[in-house]
Design a protein around this ligand. Sequence first.
Ligand code: DAH
Length: 360
Amino acid sequence: MTDDLPAIAADAKSRIAAAGNAAALEALRVELLGKKGRVTELMKTLGGLAPDERKARGAALNVLKDELSAALDARAGAVREAELDARLARETIDVTLPPRPLADGRIHPISQTIDELTAIFGEMGFSVAEGPDIEDDWYNFTALNIAAEHPSRQMMDTFYIKGLSKDGAPKVLRTHTSPVQIRTMMSVKPPIRVICPGRTYRSDHDATHSPNFHQVEGLVIDKAIHMGHLKGCLTDFCRAYFEVADLPLRFRPSHFPFTEPSAEVDIGCSRKGGELKLGNYGDWLEILGCGMVHPKVIANCGLDPEEWQGFAFGMGIERITMLKYGIPDLRTFYEADMRWLKHYGFLPLDVPSMTGGLAR
Ligand code: DAH
C-alpha cells in the first residue's frame, strides 16, 4: 500500500465521488478516517519520524484528513438530495382520484347542523366560543340575572352536581349555553361576535325533550349594536339555514331575565294536511329566544353598560335539525341505531357552506 499522500487523496476522492448511497459513504468514512482508518494509521507513524520530518508530514496529513472529511460531507449531502428526489418521483399521489365509497359511518345530523350553522355565522364574522358542561351556579344563573328565587331556576329542571364551586354555590350541568356568554364577556375585550354551540342538560324526558340536548348561543357586543342588527342577523341566518329565500320571521315580545327587551322568534310555515312546510304561508312556528343583553348582565361581566351593548340569542339544535331534515322524534337522535343514521346521516363530503348550497 502506498504512503504517497497525493496518491491516497486522489484514490479516496474518486471512490467518494463514486459512492452511490449513505451506507457506502459511511463505510468509506470508517475505512479512511475511522479509528483504524488509513489516515489514522498514517498519523500513528508520525512518532517514529525525526522532528522536522514529523512536522511537515503531520501538517500534510491534517490537510488530507480535512480534505477527505469535507469531500465525504459534500457527497453525503448530494446523495441525500438525490435520494429525496427519487422518493418524491416515486411516491406520487393522484389527487384527482374519487374518494373510496364509505361502507357504514355517517355524520350525525347534530354534528352536521353544528357545521352548517358555524359556516353560516362564520361568513357573518362570528367565531366559535366554548365553555364547560359542568358549570358554576354563578355562570349558569346568577351572572345571567337569574335571581336565587327566580322561577326559571325551577323551570329549567336543573341537574345539581355534588361538590361546591369556589363561591360555595352548587355546581350544575349547564341548563343552557348562555353561561358561555358570561365566560366570553369576562375574557374577551369587545367587540365580540361569537356563537357557542354545545351540550346542555335538563331533567326532562319525553318525545320533545331529552335530558341531554344541544343549543347554540349567539352574542354580539359592541358600542352601537341595536335590535335592527339582531333582526337582520337572525333573518339572514334562518333563510340560509332553512334554504327558504323569503322565509318570514316574526319577533314576538317575550321575557328572559338576561335580555331587555326580549323576543321570541317565529318562522313562517304551513301545517295544511298535517304536513309541515316552511315558508311564507301565514302560519307560524316558534324556533328561538333572543333580545338585547340586559345591562345588569353586561355589568356582571365587568363591562360598562354605558359603553357596551349588544344582542344575544339561543336556540335548540335538535329542534332546527328536526325541522330542516324532517326528523319526527327527538329520542331517535340518541339511540345509536345505524339504520337511522344511514337514513338521516351525512357523508363527509357534504360540506356545508353558505354559497355552495347546503342541500344533500
Ligand atoms: N337560554 C335560553 C333558554 O335556554 C335561550 C335564550 C333566550 C338565550 C334568549 C339567549 C336569549 O341568549 O337572548 O331557554
